[in-house]
Design a protein. Structure first.
Length: 572
């Protein structure tokens, strides 16, 4: 006998009653039994593909999720969706596809669940945009859901040190400035990525993996284990069982993702010196639950959170080290002890954050994570900025930076390619502020990351001798004085579009300001002369995206979110 009453679940539309005989016949064709069809249908989505190591271990883990679902009286239905892997898309036009892929991932998971009337969802994701993309679909659909990260890559070893792919990006800059030979660069590229898994530092994938636990959508400790380790399969199995428990108790993603849990998520980003991309993804998640939690709301949390995790690119260690030290729960516990985490938030364990952390002890025999009262610095590794150059806000990662103020003269480029060419050929000087504009969500379109350019600058030894400002994004792997998400973007006539070579700009990450030394009158006069540019794409997905995408400070959403929702899928 089934343990669930399907008469109130979405899958009744495809499996109950005489008129659903045609639909049931399709399931029988796939060797399901009548008992299988009588159970709840659980979508198990992974972003498996052969594009990059981040995704290659996901299908294996999805099989373990399915076993957990089956063991708990559910019928799993596996499907895959796309990913665009930033490390390979980086530094060329392919990066325009990256942020857009977040929406395609969310939309395709939503359409698969809607089209087949699945009752619950488990998502397994590996690379940067696939993590928020699947979490967004869960909150949008609001069926009981569990997220699980596919795990990080193992660190490479070179000259007795742990290395990541960022060392290779920066190695390109070192090679271009004659600091290393082509042979050394070749050795780096062969050693940097030794296994399956997402990039090993506290870049976007590991940042959003930490978010998945902090926001309550993932099981405790599930974010930490590296991808090649079979222990991941245990968490995948338990995630399958957990989603059935949530279905039984009718605990849904919108019971879990709230204003308070979003604040918890922002807290862990700051405490780990995480990726600036989180300030794009958290507002996008907030849009799915119908609340405003924009870039500057995220920045307020960043400002009051101690920086506790000594992780690359600003620090010494990689994700595997954090897992061995005690993982995300240990960091959450010390943040909770310090009053930085809301303990009353519901999680996918069907217990509150406080209950999950009850027996977690801080490991004093490790050097990766600090206690809340002994931080690396008293405020977070990421800072929000506002001023006449960015009225909607901007963001800078300060983890590992020696200086927090920068004044320099603008050196303007209207594409990343033009800026990268100038950097590669060293056509800039100390004290310059490199401006890369028309790379925002609409203008790109697609809001490219600038890791090739920033990596080359850092590799040339100029990481703190020049600054970079863009209406585009930065990789979580970026380091140096780099300001992103400047809004309004150039494509809509934001102040960044009005800059000229030689304009003096002041950036102050202590005060949280970013200003160009131009009067209101001068900016108004320049705006009158400014003319919009034609979008680079007149058709296809990139064109469609440019028509619908909202501003970066709201998370670059492409739909109105819950505030305009007429009916929730979970209640069909």
């Amino acid at each position: 006998m089934p343990r669930f009453n399907k008469k109130k679940l979405p899958s009744r539309h495809t499996s109950l009653g005489p008129d659903k005989a045609p639909q049931r016949s399709f399931y029988y064709a796939m060797k399901l039994t009548e008992k299988d069809v009588a159970k709840p249908f659980v979508g198990v989505v992974s972003t498996w593909n052969e594009a990059a190591p981040c995704n290659i271990a996901l299908m294996r883990q999805a099989q373990s999720v399915k076993k957990g679902v089956s063991a708990s009286h559910g019928t799993p239905r596996e499907f895959c969706t796309i990913t665009v892997t930033d490390g390979i898309a980086m530094g060329h036009e392919g990066m325009k596809s990256s942020l857009i892929s977040r929406e395609v991932i969310a939309d395709s998971a939503e359409l698969t669940v809607r089209g087949h009337c699945y009752d619950a969802l488990v998502g397994v994701a590996g690379c940067d945009k696939s993590l928020p993309g699947l979490m967004m679909s869960m909150v949008r659909l609001n069926v009981p859901s569990v997220f699980i990260y596919g795990g990080s890559i193992l660190p490479g070893r070179y000259n007795g040190k742990d290395i990541t792919v960022v060392d290779v990006f920066e190695g390109v800059g070192k090679y271009s400035s004659g600091k290393i030979s082509a042979k050394d660069l070749r050795k780096l590229e062969l050693k940097a990525c030794p296994s399956a898994g997402a990039c090993g530092g506290q870049f976007t994938a590991n940042t959003m993996a930490c978010v998945s636990e902090a926001i309550g959508l993932a099981l405790p400790y599930s974010a930490g284990t590296p991808a090649p380790y079979e222990e991941r399969d245990k968490y995948a199995y338990q995630s399958g069982k957990a989603v059935m428990n949530l279905l039984k108790k009718n605990i849904r993603p919108r019971d879990i993702v709230t204003r308070k849990s979003l604040e918890n998520a922002a807290t862990i980003v700051a405490a780990t010196g995480g990726s600036t991309n989180a300030a794009l993804h958290l507002p996008a998640l907030a849009n799915e639950i119908g609340i405003k939690f924009d870039l500057m709301d995220v920045a307020k949390i960043f400002k009051k959170t101690p920086y506790l995790a000594d992780l690359k690119p600003g620090g010494k260690y990689v994700a595997k080290d954090m897992w061995m030290a005690g993982g995300v729960p240990m960091l959450l516990k010390t943040l909770y002890d310090g009053g930085f985490i809301h303990g009353n938030c519901m999680t996918v364990t069907s217990k509150t954050m406080k209950e999950n952390l009850k027996n977690v002890k801080f490991n004093l025999k490790q050097k990766v994570l600090r206690k809340y009262n002994n931080p690396l610095s008293p405020d977070g590794g990421v800072v929000g900025l506002k001023g006449n150059l960015a009225p909607d806000g901007a963001i800078v990662k300060v983890a590992g930076l020696k200086r927090l103020q920068f004044t320099g003269r603008a050196r303007c480029f209207d594409t990343e390619e033009a800026a990268y060419s100038a950097v590669k050929n060293k056509k800039y000087k100390d004290g310059d502020i490199i401006i890369i504009r028309y790379e925002g969500p609409k203008g790109g379109p697609g809001m490219r990351e600038m890791l090739s350019t920033t990596g080359a600058i850092y590799g040339q030894g100029k990481g703190e001798k020049v600054a970079l400002i863009t209406d585009g994004r930065f990789s979580g792997a970026t380091r140096g004085f780099c300001v992103g998400h400047v809004g309004p973007e150039a494509a809509v006539g934001g102040p960044i579009a009005l800059l000229k070579n030689g304009d003096v700009i002041d950036i102050d990450a202590k005060k949280g300001t970013i200003n160009v030394r131009l009067s209101k009158k001068q900016l108004v006069a320049r705006r009158k002369k400014w003319r919009p540019r034609k979008i680079n794409f007149g058709s296809g997905t990139l064109w469609k995206y440019a028509q619908t995408v909202g501003p970066a400070y709201l998370g670059a959403p492409t739909h109105p979110g819950k505030k305009n929702e007429v009916k929730c899928y979970a209640d069909i």
